[in-house]
Design a protein around this ligand. Structure first.
Ligand SMILES: [Zn+2]
Length: 86
């Protein structure tokens, strides 16, 4: 994933779960194993995308279940109308 520099918008780094092309990771993180801010930003972006995808899926499911409720209500209405007509 390409993460743009927080201090210089013209710079960007290739960031993965294992490392980053920035100086912070190259000179410090790679030795200590402590993720740089780009790796943390990447994790946050993925977590956010997952959460949004989950909410979108949930919303779709809720709409569908609402449609089922509406369909049942409509069927009951037609059933009642049919009784009255008979
Ligand atoms: Zn980095």
């Amino acid at each position: 994933m390409t993460i743009h520099s927080f201090t210089d918008s013209t710079k960007s780094y290739e960031t993965t779960e294992e490392g980053c092309t920035c100086g912070d990771w190259t000179y410090r993180g790679a030795k200590t194993g402590k993720p740089c801010k780009h790796m943390i930003a990447r994790e946050t972006a993925i977590a956010t995308a997952t959460a949004i995808a989950f909410l979108a899926l949930k919303a779709r499911y809720d709409i569908r279940s609402q449609a089922v409720i509406e369909a049942k209500r409509a069927n009951y209405f037609y059933y009642e109308m049919a009784i009255e007509a008979a």
